[in-house]
Write a new protein. Structure first.
Length: 178
């Protein structure tokens, strides 16, 4: 583990006060766990890990350059930039400490089929709803597949509709985590 970076948080460690690291969906899963609603055991890959990934891989500056002069009303340009950003996020190797923590958490679940769901930190706000803009992966099995699905969820934060909506709502692309 990299000092000071919380990569994993289990549902029973999360509450509604943790939206900034778990996203809306993650925080709700934590709340349901605490309320003893029968939720399968699970974990969150934190938004802190996502931001650290962008920093560790120097992707933040590159993504900013892609978005800098983007005309979000030019559908073709928006689709092209979205594809470039998602490809970058998906193809860059996650830092080893993150990979190890995700794999360890998956093994603690006992392996098997899991859902890897996105949970953005800007979901279900009083003035905006970002729900449904990012990807979900069902029936994922195996450590490497789980790590890849996490990375694909992160990449989906830059789906063209998500880029457009954040611009329209005035949200900074790098203040919204996943």
């Amino acid at each position: 583990m990299k000092k000071g970076v919380q990569v994993i948080a289990w549902f029973d460690e999360i509450t509604k006060n943790d939206i900034n690291i778990a996203g809306g969906k993650g925080a709700n899963l934590g709340e349901m766990t605490h309320a003893q609603i029968p939720v399968p055991t699970g974990f969150i890959v934190t938004a802190t890990a996502y931001f650290e990934f962008l920093k560790d891989t120097n992707l933040m500056d590159e993504i900013r350059r892609y978005l800098k002069d983007l005309d979000i009303n030019n559908s073709k340009a928006l689709q092209d930039i979205s594809a470039k950003i998602k490809n970058k996020i998906s193809s860059v190797h996650l830092p080893d400490y993150m990979v190890n923590e995700i794999k360890t958490a998956y093994r603690k679940l006992g392996g098997g089929l899991v859902a890897v769901r996105s949970s953005a930190t800007a979901e279900d706000l009083p003035d905006a709803s970002f729900a449904g803009q990012q990807r979900t992966f069902l029936n994922i099995q195996g450590e490497d597949s789980v790590v890849k699905a996490v990375q694909e969820c992160w990449a989906s934060l830059f789906e063209s509709r998500a880029i457009f909506y954040r611009n329209e709502q005035g949200y900074d692309h790098f203040k919204v985590g996943i």
